[in-house]
Design a binder for this molecule. Structure first.
Ligand code: AMP
Ligand code: GLY
Length: 426
């Protein structure tokens, strides 16, 4: 089987690494890929906004299956165009991708399907949003409706902050994404990410993870795409997982089908485990990055038939097996990220760092030039390890990080702290 994988992040390196182990795989193409992926797959340039050229590439190279990593092309309808051209594709239609593309769409679905989530209001003008907000308790959360690269969420501690956030959304701080605004109740609890595949009808729970969104140690600094993660999330016990399936995931799948836009792909549920039970914070319609890296590190089964089952509507016939051992990943990013940063600083020592058989290094923003490895983005490397405990996995990951010689990079030194604390208490 020939596969085209779309994307260039640590998530796509981890997916490519897993797919490459499949005995069913023949050629793996990745568009655009990165310096880590090009070591074992064919990286190609494709204009992903030109769907016809993607289809042409697939025809020319006998591609049997297209796997779409990031949300942009999904919301943009790449999956629809490929399906229309009778290609087999992993990734939801643009109508189903509204679960990520519009926070208001998801909140309305929750209301319809009685899914536990924060109380909310949805507004297309600042005056109405402010009138609603003035009647609420603080803190409160103000969200731009559309895709805002993870930046469109403001947790306002005071009324003035909330009113200012509403103004800045409608004044265009997040571009078109802020044309509508959701104002919602602040939820208290422990966050967890839960990944479930759906073929539109059946659901296959995959695994859980916890992310570290802030840039610096102690959960300080600006929000990022994620500076590290571990799997499983201890807060997601078997009972809690079943409760989330029953109260959140299955009602979503049923409602999406009833709305005429069945969800086929991976549902990434951002959850808050509150004292009243699990509540949905948001959905993403793709694997998390860096959560995918720890998931792939724990997956025992061949990934390819699972993703295919999802695309072909036969998810009830496949199963996923996992290593019980936890996995952790530490993100190394370029100084300045998530703000502006320089490109093309040299990174040394990656091969030495990857010597431990329990360590995998997944690349994100990297490029190779004349035999040198250069940074080419904000998040650059994902140092990933699996071991009998989170503490041991963390030691292995940081031992590998120490071997990497990259003065222009930084990383958090406390990835996994919550899980390590729990282990020490037990
Ligand atoms: P999102 O972009 O929706 O994932 O939001 C980013 C982060 O903001 C989440 O991971 C949460 O930590 C936080 N957040 C979003 N909505 C809420 C909420 N209603 N209550 C508390 N925290 C929230
Ligand atoms: N790590 C968060 C995300 O992928 O959205």
């Amino acid at each position: 089987m020939n596969i085209l994988l779309i994307g260039s992040g640590g998530r796509e390196h981890a997916l490519a690494w897993s797919l490459a182990k499949s005995p069913v795989l023949n050629e793996l193409y990745v568009a655009p890929g990165n310096a880590g992926i090009e070591q074992f797959a064919k990286c190609i340039e494709l204009d992903l906004t030109d769907h016809r050229s993607v289809i042409e590439f697939c025809r020319l190279h006998d591609i049997n299956f297209v796997v779409i990593g990031p949300e942009g092309p999904l919301v943009d309808g790449l999956s629809d165009s490929l399906t229309h051209a009778e290609l087999c594709v992993f990734g939801p239609s643009s109508a189903a991708a509204r679960l990520e593309g519009s926070k208001g769409f998801t909140k309305d679905m929750c209301a319809r399907a009685n899914i536990p989530t924060a109380a909310y209001g949805r507004f297309d003008n600042a005056e109405a949003a402010k009138a609603y907000t003035r009647k609420q308790d603080m803190p409160i959360v103000v969200k731009a409706d559309g895709l805002a690269a993870g930046k469109g969420v403001i947790i306002a501690m005071t009324m003035q902050e909330a009113l200012d956030a509403i103004d800045s959304c409608f004044d265009g701080a997040f571009g078109d994404a802020g044309a509508e605004v959701v104002v919602e109740e602040f939820l208290e609890g422990e966050e967890a990410s839960f990944f479930v595949l759906s073929d539109g009808v059946n659901a296959l729970p995959l695994a859980t993870a916890q992310d570290h969104k802030r840039a610096f140690d102690g959960d300080e600094g600006p929000n990022t795409g994620g500076m590290g993660a571990y799997s499983p999330a201890p807060v997601m016990t078997d009972d809690m997982t079943e409760r989330v399936m029953e109260e959140i995931i299955r009602p979503t799948i049923t409602d999406m089908k009833a709305q005429g836009c069945p969800f086929k792909g991976v549902l990434y549920a951002g959850l808050m485990i509150t004292k009243d039970g699990p509540k949905l914070i948001e959905y993403n319609v793709r694997f998390g990055d860096p959560e995918c890296q720890v998931l792939m590190m724990r997956l025992k089964t061949d990934l390819l038939p699972i993703l295919l089952g999802c695309a072909e509507g036969t998810l009830d016939l496949v199963d996923a097996e996992w290593h019980n051992d936890p996995a952790i990943t530490v993100v190394m990013a370029t100084n300045g990220y998530p703000g502006s940063y320089d490109k093309h600083s040299e990174i040394k020592g990656v091969n030495e760092a990857a010597h431990d058989p329990d360590v995998e290094i997944f690349h994100a923003g990297t490029v190779s030039n004349d035999g040198k490895l250069l940074a080419n983005g904000g998040r650059v490397l994902n140092i990933t390890a699996r071991a009998a405990t989170v503490s041991q996995a963390r030691e292995k990951a940081y031992a590998a990080v120490e071997k990497i010689d990259w003065p222009q990079g930084f990383y958090r030194k406390d990835i996994g702290w919550r899980a390590v604390e729990r282990e020490q208490q037990n």
